[in-house]
Design a protein around this ligand. Structure first.
Ligand code: HEM
Ligand code: HEM
Length: 124
C-alpha cells in the first residue's frame, strides 16, 4: 500500500522531466531562453523534488501512512501546475505574478506537510 503510494511520485516525476526537457530543447532551438526559470523550476520541483518525495516515502514507509501524504501529493501537483505557467508568463512579459505566487504558496504548504509526515514517520 505505502509502496504503491511512492510510485505515484515516480510517475509524476518522469512526466515533468519529459515536459521540462522538451521545454529546454525548445528554448535551445528557438534561441529564446527568456522562460528558463520556469523550465528550471519545472525540473527542480517536478522532476527532482517529486522523485525525492517518492524516494523518501519509499525509504520511510511509516511516513507514507494515512491521509496527510495523499493530501500532500495533490497539493504538490496543484502547486507546481499553477506556479510554472505563472513563472513562464512573468518571464515572457505578462501578468503571471498571481499564479506564480499562489502556486508557490501551495508548493510550500506541500513541503510543510511533507516535513510533518517525515517527522512523524521517523520517530524512533
Ligand atoms: C534535455 C535536457 C535539457 C535541456 C535541453 C535544457 C536546456 C536549458 C537551457 C537552454 C537553459 C537556459 C540557459 C541560459 O540561458 O542560461 C537551461 C537552464 C537551466 N536548466 Fe535546463 N535543460 C535540460 C535539462 C535540465 C534538467 C534535467 C535540469 C534540472 C534537474 C535543468 C535545470 C536548469 C536550470 C537550473 C537552469 C538555469 C541555469 C542558470 O541559472 O543559469 N535543466 N536549460
Ligand atoms: C516554492 C518553491 C520555490 C520558489 C518560490 C522559488 C523561487 C525562485 C526565484 C524567485 C528564483 C529567481 C528566479 C529569477 O532569476 O527570476 C529562483 C532561482 C532558482 N531556484 Fe528556486 N524557488 C523554489 C524552489 C526551488 C527548488 C526546490 C530548487 C532546487 C531543487 C530551486 C532552485 C533554484 C535555482 C537553481 C535557481 C537559479 C536558476 C533560476 O534562476 O531559475 N528552487 N527560485
Amino acid at each position: 500500500m505505502t509502496e504503491a503510494f511512492a510510485n505515484r511520485y515516480f510517475r509524476a516525476a518522469v512526466l515533468y522531466a519529459l515536459i521540462g526537457m522538451i521545454w529546454g530543447i525548445a528554448m535551445g532551438v528557438s534561441r529564446d531562453h527568456s522562460t528558463y526559470p520556469a523550465h528550471a523550476h519545472l525540473l527542480l520541483l517536478g522532476w527532482v523534488s517529486m522523485a525525492l518525495y517518492g524516494a523518501v516515502y519509499r525509504l520511510c514507509p511509516k511516513a507514507a501512512e494515512g491521509a496527510v501524504p495523499r493530501a500532500q501529493f495533490w497539493l504538490a501537483q496543484v502547486g507546481l501546475i499553477v506556479m510554472i505557467p505563472g513563472v513562464a508568463l512573468v518571464h515572457s512579459g505578462h501578468a503571471g505574478e498571481p499564479l506564480a505566487i499562489a502556486g508557490a504558496l501551495v508548493t510550500i504548504l506541500a513541503m510543510a506537510l511533507f516535513g510533518f509526515t517525515v517527522w512523524r514517520g521517523t520517530v524512533t
